[in-house]
Design a protein around this ligand. Sequence first.
Ligand code: PEP
Length: 251
Amino acid sequence: MRQRLAVGNWKMHGSLPENQALLDKVAAASGRLSRAIAAVCVPFPYLAQARSALAGSKAAWGGQNVSQYPKGAFTGEVSAGMLREFGCRYVIVGHSERRQLFGEDDAAVALKAEAVLAQGMVPIVCVGETLAERERGVTEEVVGRQLGAVADRLGTEGLKASVLAYEPVWAIGTGKTATPDQAQAVHAYLRDALALRDRSVAAAMPILYGGSVKAANAVELFGRQDVDGGLIGGASLVAEEFISICQAADG
Ligand code: PEP
């Protein structure tokens, strides 16, 4: 059975007191999940706080980005080794905000995923099309290209230790969610594309959906055959919402 996950992406939100209340609730709720993992990917300065609040619970924590380089004169960057030192299990790579606002291309995303794996953590590799691309009918071509760049770099062994997230750009932070049918269709396409490389990797790969997931739509989205949970932005900042979404991922 595939691992089910609900991963919060806090983006650039939070403050020490707000985080503490949220993390304490996530820690308590994680113990009530039977098969899904609850995880939060927090801004770098809050990793120590996440570690101390979640250590000993069943919840995991991680980063939202990472340098492709192991160390050196890269002002403002954070290496995978540094994230590992703070107990991160997951690192998001290739989020559309990184691709669109900070110019990360497929090659950089692949190198970042490789850097995460080299430190024994799990990259959550994001792929997704813009609204213009969906309207042009090139969704599969776009997500196939994004996945292919990472898969070529990581190979079968690397893919086995990775998580994939389908996040249509037009659904992120917009309140517009892909319908369960739209999400399932792309997830199935991604799984088929993986199967052309390795059938067992395809069968075992958790593929998360992200894009305006809320407690109100999570059960239906996560009920689809190839949707193994979610990557959650805005709703992960509200404890009750995020915990309901974690329970939806638990099934
Ligand atoms: C995200 O940032 O990965 C995301 C899916 O955001 P939201 O849930 O707010 O759409």
